[in-house]
Design a protein. Structure first.
Length: 255
């Protein structure tokens, strides 16, 4: 019961801080040119125009699909490698240098590489998202598997479980917190990466619309699409946080 007032206070502080930010922006728009700091009313008009044209819904959902497709692919590949590396030392010795090398390649470099390697916008974007997301999942899940309590491991092994039972009954429940954290970290990174891909190699999506607005010298349009990205990322992270609160209700909370 004590957590409810704290949650309400936290939400109030969030709304106050955002309100002050918007107020400061609006005041600045009175003194600076429109192409530098457009007023909130101009940004709002851009949202209305985007909705009327149908681009707001279509391009937002398309970019969201690209982000989720890449993250799911990265999670499957990275999660598999992470479990393998966390349970087998030999596999870790061989695979970790490759994962680290791929992780060290900048996202912009991967963007240029996939453009040269693949045909088709969707294939390129999926390959890019896969390349930049799976190492994050691999590292997080590998560390989580290696961090499983030795006492619990020895206790479970005393019952002579199969590999499948060990994975299902001990390892997976133990690494859920790390998996959810990896998802929250990857979402923000994935949104930024997919926009880079759409900026340079797509004719649809939020990134492409931002390029259009930049060509028209419309700062209000660029900011409107930027807000779409921010809301998309926050919405996805909110969903993961909701799963986290449900799946990890058993964990004690700090007071």
């Amino acid at each position: 019961m004590e957590s409810l007032p704290k949650e309400r206070a936290g939400r109030l502080e969030m709304f106050v801080s955002l309100g002050l930010l918007l107020l400061g922006w609006q005041i600045a728009s009175f003194f600076l040119p429109e192409f530098i700091v457009p007023g909130l009313q101009l940004i709002g008009l851009e949202f209305i125009n985007m909705a009327k044209e149908g681009t707001l819904l279509y391009d937002t959902l398309l970019t969201l699909y690209r982000v989720m497709q890449g993250l799911v692919g990265g999670f499957i590949l990275g999660g598999t490698l992470g479990i393998v590396m966390g349970t087998t030392k030999t596999s870790e010795n061989y695979l970790m240098p490759i994962v680290n090398f791929i992780m060290g390649v900048p996202a912009l470099s991967w963007t240029l590489i996939v453009i040269l390697w693949f045909r088709g916008t969707e294939t390129r974007i999926f390959a890019l998202m896969l390349a930049v997301s799976f190492p994050v999942f691999a590292h997080s899940i590998r560390d989580a598997v290696k961090g499983v309590s030795k006492d619990l491991m020895e206790m479970t092994l005393a019952f002579r479980p199969t590999r499948g039972q060990l994975l299902r009954m001990l390892i997976l429940p133990s690494i859920v917190p790390n998996i959810l954290t990896a998802w929250k970290v990857s979402i923000g990174f994935a949104v930024r990466v997919v926009i880079v891909a759409e900026l340079v190699g797509a004719s649809t999506g939020v990134g492409y619309r931002m390029v259009q607005q930049q060509a028209l010298l419309s700062m209000s349009g660029v900011l409107a699409w930027t807000l779409v990205l921010v809301m998309m990322g926050l919405g996805m992270q909110g969903i993961i946080t909701g799963f986290e609160s449900r799946l990890l209700r058993w964990r004690p909370t700090a007071h």
